[in-house]
Design a protein. Structure first.
Length: 181
């Protein structure tokens, strides 16, 4: 019986794994398909390699998080955090959050990711510690947004606000996971 339950849980995890990695492959294929129909999309091999690496890191990170806990709130918190990190990097590389991608102020957003990685490692990926880590990331993100806003980038401030909210939602979900048995 225990073996059957374990296999059932593995099957459920494998089904999501296939869906997540398939969605990532589909996202990576979109620009290639678009390039067949329009000249407005013109990706180089480096663009595909960069985006593929970003997708692999995001999917791999989520997969590692789902192995850490079977708790739905924990998995949702991890999904929000990984998605926020992915989109922050993608936006920053594609168009830049503060001005264009070459603006040195955009490097501040890398500090948010470093804070998140350090916080998660210090918390040992345990739900209670992840709450503190996500709140710390939200504070760093808000500070970066305030710096961007004071530097004259209204867009950078607004985008930082959206990401700050995402980190706080993740913190709330990790708190919910921490309260679960």
């Amino acid at each position: 019986m225990a073996g059957t339950l374990q296999q059932g849980n593995q099957y459920r995890g494998n089904r999501w794994r296939v869906a997540i990695w398939s969605a990532a492959a589909g996202l990576l294929a979109l620009p290639m398909v678009a390039m067949q129909f329009t000249r407005d999309v013109n990706w180089t091999a480096t663009d595909f390699l960069t985006f593929g690496t970003m997708l692999a890191v995001a999917c791999g990170s989520y997969e590692l998080a789902t192995r850490k806990s079977g708790n739905a709130a924990y998995r949702a918190a991890a999904a929000v955090a990984v998605s926020a990190a992915f989109f922050m990097v993608w936006i920053n590389l594609a168009v830049g959050i503060v001005g264009d991608p070459g603006n040195a102020a955009n490097m501040l957003f890398a500090g948010v990711l470093v804070a998140g990685i350090v916080g998660a490692v210090v918390a040992r990926f345990q739900a209670e510690g992840m709450v503190r880590a996500m709140v710390a990331i939200a504070v760093v993100q808000a500070l970066v947004g305030a710096i961007a806003f004071l530097a004259g980038s209204m867009e950078g401030g607004v985008i930082s606000g959206v990401f700050t909210a995402a980190w706080l939602v993740s913190a709330w979900l990790f708190a919910k996971a921490a309260r679960s048995p």
